[in-house]
Write a protein that binds this ligand. Structure first.
Ligand SMILES: *Cc1c(COP(=O)(O)O)cnc(C)c1O
Length: 374
């Protein structure tokens, strides 16, 4: 949360202007600041990451199929469907958790019209390999960079890869506007189309061009974002310290694995995830999740179930378990631990030691959980 008095002062200015939405001065200011911070040619704000993704897909004028990953938040796949397109699931790399370029080409068919990879937990995809394949097949690449605010790869901002990227500014993300999102890109070419579609396609009083939507961010949300942006670097720094602390306590523990981050990445430490190998750890991911909760430690199963397992997609040919072995294995082993700037180092230790203690007493924990029906 930003400083409440500072927010009140910005709200005063909104009340004085009585200008609540439709490209108000705070939205314009926020977009300019974000464009600079993210190193992109343009940053068009939206009322959610989902609205940004819906609009970005629409702006690319696609037909048929879009290749994506099953190891993501449901919005990624839903936005494909809402555009009347069909998702095709491509398996992930077991170590980076991102769409595996080695398997990408086999998913491309006559109906393929775009590729929608996700920088999972802010870890950059193998962008070079993906884009080499895409350009060979003449396909646009749209990145779901919802997790990747402020990330860069070998000095290049993440939002400059591909044709477009979308960000989420939901309250749970590293940078937020309570609800919000953006479309960003390295080139200005689709900027006008994206901003037209964001406002119903309205060109002027006499003309509507394209099937637009209401995707606009309000002044109240932009005010929040302007203040949160001032603190985001400190937030990222704190998360980085906590991540180092978790790793120091947990690295080398049998049964625990960690996401392999691409070398050359400037990270945003969106979350901290452990992968639990039941055999070596002595407890399954679900058992750990339940036992931590009993200790009042809330962990999350990101991402479980896979998008391909949800009933609306389970019938697709590409959703079969056999074609997505890495994603299924990962989804059954993954667990996100608490991570945010307001945690103290002692709290991080408490979580890490709780995990170590579960491993040490795995047999007793399993027995106790079964006896109590947990
Ligand atoms: C959060 C998220 C979204 C959706 O963003 P909203 O702002 O919540 O609409 C899309 N994709 C991924 C991978 C996300 O984590």
């Amino acid at each position: 949360m930003p400083d409440r008095d500072a927010y009140a002062r910005l709200l005063d200015s909104v009340f004085e202007r009585a200008w609540l939405t439709n490209n108000g001065p705070l939205v314009i200011d926020l977009e300019r600041r974000l464009g600079e911070r993210l190193g992109v040619a343009f940053c068009t704000s939206f009322c959610s990451g989902t609205a940004a993704l819906l609009t970005a897909l629409r702006a690319l004028n696609l037909r048929g199929e879009v290749i994506t990953t099953p190891f993501t938040f449901p919005a990624t796949t839903h936005c494909i469907e809402w555009n009347g397109l069909r998702p095709v699931f491509c398996d992930v790399d077991p170590e980076t958790y991102n769409l595996d370029p080695e398997r990408l080409e086999a998913c491309i068919g006559s109906e393929t019209s775009a590729i929608l990879p996700v920088h999972v937990f802010g870890n950059p995809c193998d962008v070079e390999a993906i884009e080499e394949i895409a350009s060979r097949h003449g396909l646009p690449v749209l990145y779901d960079a919802a997790h990747a605010f402020g990330v860069s790869l070998d000095g290049r901002p993440i939002g400059t890869w591909g044709d477009l990227s979308i960000l989420s500014f939901h309250a749970t993300k590293v940078f937020h506007t309570a609800e919000g999102g953006a479309v960003v890109a390295a080139k200005d070419s689709v900027r006008e189309k994206v901003s037209l579609l964001r406002n119903f396609g309205i060109v002027n009083e006499n003309e509507v061009r394209g099937v637009g939507i209401n995707g606009k961010l309000s002044e109240l949300h932009a005010a929040l974002g302007i203040l949160v942006l001032d603190e985001v670097d400190r937030e990222i720094e704190r998360r980085g310290e906590h991540t180092a602390r978790y790793l120091d306590r947990l690295k080398g523990v049998p049964g625990l694995h960690f996401q392999r981050i691409r070398p050359g990445t400037v990270r945003n430490f969106f979350n901290f995830t452990v992968e639990i190998d039941e055999e070596a750890f002595g407890l399954s991911r679900d058992e750990v999740h339940t036992a931590l909760r009993a200790d009042n430690i809330i962990s999350r199963k990101y991402f479980h179930p896979l998008c391909s397992e949800n009933e609306c997609y389970a019938g697709l040919p590409s959703a079969s378990r056999e074609s997505l072995p890495n994603a299924h294995r990962l989804s059954s082993r993954i667990l996100s631990l608490p991570l945010h700037g307001e945690l103290s180092a002692e709290e991080v230790d408490t979580v890490a030691y709780a995990l170590l203690s579960l491993r040490e007493h795995a047999t007793a924990v399993r027995r106790a959980a079964r006896d109590t029906g947990a």
